[in-house]
Design a protein. Sequence first.
Length: 249
Amino acid sequence: MKAIIEYNSRKIQIDVSKPLDISIPIDTSKKNVNAWYIEDPKIAPEKIDDYEVSVANGAVVNFNTIHFNPHAHVTHTECVGHITEKVHSINKNLKHYFFVAEVVTIAPLHHNGDFLIGVKQLRTALRNKKRDAIVIRTLPNLEDKKSMQYSNTNPTYLSEKGAIYLREKGIKHLLIDLPSVDKEKDEGKLLAHNAFWNTAGEVRMDATITELIYVPNTVEDGEYLLNLMIAPFENDATPSKPMLYKIMK
């Protein structure tokens, strides 16, 4: 089913029947993605007066409680409140949900024992394109990313110069298939987070970072319409379900 959306005075045609889901769900029935040194998420029936509320136990409904951390267990979208003393809410600062995005595939550079995404790679990927969002798929792109145990693995990260470039390029929404845009252990500097949100200057309250996505290999690099759907949590970060729609020429 085709739809035409007017976006920034541009008419964009998409097939709404062909969404491309790039989120990783919480799924306790198998090995869940995990980062930041905490236990696995839990989904279990609530107990009331020692009675387990589930249909299997004779109740008329299933009544599960979920215990998780958005930064560690699931695709999530965060605002600058993630790194500021005042905890700004992603639910209050993300006010629009459709954006033109560029999907790019990047092979990380080896630098001083780390793997990182550098500014030259981003310049090559984006060139003179004007986009609101960038979706970064790193290589190798194995399905293991959906169940990766990232703690103490020093994953690939985004360089500070790369984050500055994206900010100056006008990218408002950064989506990446890693647990963080920053190095796992960086003495709390959070260089890429700070650079992207411009915390040393005029803070970009409406800019977001989405981490722990997974972009299947069947999704080609190029221009898409992004629907950045979030759960309505008044928190610095919330689980999200970013969906891509190929823009029809």
